[in-house]
Ligand binder design. Structure first.
Ligand code: ZN
Length: 73
């Protein structure tokens, strides 16, 4: 199960939970039980590791992973 990280907009509590994609909508703040949460995306490092560097042509704009124009795909 993936870990999702949230920041509570009500009390500012930051926490991470193990849940499914479906259960993500039912997550409550573990401090105040508020459901007014903002999800924190920490996938930037994952994003970088997924692309192969070394290409002289800037391929930073490609985020689809299936194009034929950049060496990173
Ligand atoms: Zn809270």
């Amino acid at each position: 199960m993936p870990t999702y990280e949230f920041i509570c907009k009500n009390c500012g509590n930051r926490f991470s939970v193990f849940t499914t994609v479906a259960g993500r909508d039912k997550v409550q703040c573990e401090n105040c039980q508020s459901r007014d949460l903002q999800q924190v995306f920490s996938g930037l490092t994952f994003f970088k590791s997924g692309s192969r560097g070394g290409g002289s042509t800037g391929s930073s704009g490609c985020s689809r992973g299936s194009c034929s124009g950049c060496p990173g795909c």
